[in-house]
Design a protein around this ligand. Structure first.
Ligand code: AOS
Ligand code: ZN
Ligand code: ZN
Length: 429
């Protein structure tokens, strides 16, 4: 293995932080023990938990209007993999990378897979891109892709998705995530029913190309780039499309793709109830698809989502195997730091959800004891689980103080000397 940061640097930093961590861990262990919870069991679950980081999140995404690159930012898939490996090495929570095509296109995917493996990384869901035109492309996606009124454009979009599956096979992926920017800005612009018909017909052609052990994850979004209608606008459209396509089609929930205040945890429970919960794009938002760091605005919502996930795991219905991915756009922070911080928050929400006294919760629910049901969640949410996460990381070779160790490594400064500068591109990804 060819890990990007020196193991000695991490070990030295951990030596400084270990005594305090052991103290905090023991103290939390005693507190949890009084509630009948074995802290080591929670730590083991956290150690087994993992999520993917997006290759596009390794760079500075920008605001909707501009991009302000930082020195040392990655400019190609190889450099992005290196940065993802730093996140994984420090956090021990993100062993997989979700690539995007054609952004991450290379000539030899076998070699790319080996390169990732040498950095301790595997590939997660492949993401297709029919929301922007590429140089030399025959047909434009200006008026849609899988749902376009132009048959040749739909065909091109199908072929691109099939190509993504083929690339994904070579990379060892088993999921294709499909988000289309298709939709309308004006009433009457397109027939709302017929555009969905066209989407379903084209998506079925992509579905037909899925290998047996693959899934197609449909990502819904109610706005942007179309602000009047989108073709897969919400979880309702998404589950209907997934049901029509077949058992390998599932729904992916990007937390930022809903109207403000929508009850996302309930959507998660619903999708699971019908065996259609495929995965997540974790991020946070105040207004729309802001792609802010996970839990930075509403960590409680993230906890409630994980509470549903823990319930779902205990009641697997038609299987339970959601794909966990981060989808963020960092425009004022170092992307590595943001993803470290998000991974920590996501892991913490999972750990808190594991702490919920399920028996007490279910009994209170059955007895309609609202306050005690609420308190069962609140007690778990109030626990500071950071010693559990830090101990799990430390025992797996990660850093107790991720951000401190990262800064001490001077990774970004060193990369600024080696990597070519990023151009002033467009905004958010
Ligand atoms: C777009 O809003 C979606 O979140 C997609 O997941 C998109 O493919 C991703 O943000 C990369 O651009
Ligand atoms: Zn997304
Ligand atoms: Zn999004």
């Amino acid at each position: 293995m060819n890990m990007p940061l020196s193991a000695e640097l991490i070990a030295e930093a951990n030596t400084r932080d270990l005594e305090a961590l052991e103290d905090d861990y023991a103290s939390l262990g005693r507190k949890l023990e009084r509630a009948g919870i074995a802290i080591d069991a929670i730590k083991e679950r956290v150690a087994d938990f993992s999520l993917a980081v997006p290759t596009w999140g390794a760079g500075r995404g920008g605001t909707r209007f501009a991009k302000f690159p930082i020195a040392g930012e990655p400019t190609n898939i190889h450099e992005k993999l290196e940065d993802c490996a730093v996140i994984s090495q420090l956090s021990r929570l993100t062993p997989r990378v979700s690539p995007h095509f054609p952004w991450d296109k290379v000539s030899d995917y076998g070699a790319l897979r080996e390169e990732a493996a040498s950095l301790g990384l595997g590939f997660d869901a492949v993401n297709s891109n029919t929301f922007q035109d590429q140089p030399g492309q025959a047909k434009s996606y200006a008026t849609g892709s899988l749902s376009s009124t132009v048959a040749a454009t739909r065909q091109q979009a199908v072929e691109h998705n099939v190509e993504c599956i083929e690339i994904g096979r070579q990379l060892g992926s088993t999921d294709l995530t499909v988000w289309v920017g298709d939709g309308t800005n004006f009433p009457g612009q397109q027939d709302l029913a017929r555009s969905l018909d066209r989407y379903l017909d084209a998506a079925a052609q992509v579905y037909a190309a899925l290998p047996d052990d693959w899934r197609m994850l449909l990502e819904h979004k109610m706005f942007e780039p179309a602000f009047y209608s989108t073709v897969i606008s919400d979880w309702g459209s998404s589950i209907l499309a997934a049901q029509e396509l077949g058992p390998k089609a599932k729904c992916l929930v990007d937390l930022g793709h809903h109207a403000p205040n929508v009850n996302i945890e309930q959507i998660v429970a619903r999708l699971h109830r019908f065996g259609k919960l495929g995965g997540f794009h974790f991020n946070d938002s105040k207004y729309g698809d802001d792609d802010l760091d996970s839990g930075s605005i509403n960590p409680h919502q993230l906890f409630l989502v994980f509470n549903e996930l823990v319930e779902a795991e205990l009641n697997p219905r038609e299987g339970f195997n959601p794909n966990y991915m981060i989808d963020q756009s960092h425009n004022v922070t170092d992307p590595i730091e943001s993803m470290l911080s998000s991974a920590e928050t996501i892991g913490a929400c999972f750990a808190k959800a594991l702490l919920v006294d399920r028996e007490a919760l279910h009994m209170a629910q059955e007895a309609n004891d609202t306050m005690m049901a609420f308190q069962a969640l609140r007690r778990a949410y109030n626990v500071d689980v950071s010693p559990i996460l830090a101990m799990a990381r430390h025992e797996n070779g990660g850093a107790i103080d991720m951000l401190g160790t990262y800064r001490e490594s001077r990774w970004r400064d060193r990369k600024a000397q080696e990597r070519k500068a990023v151009g002033l591109g467009a905004g958010i990804v």
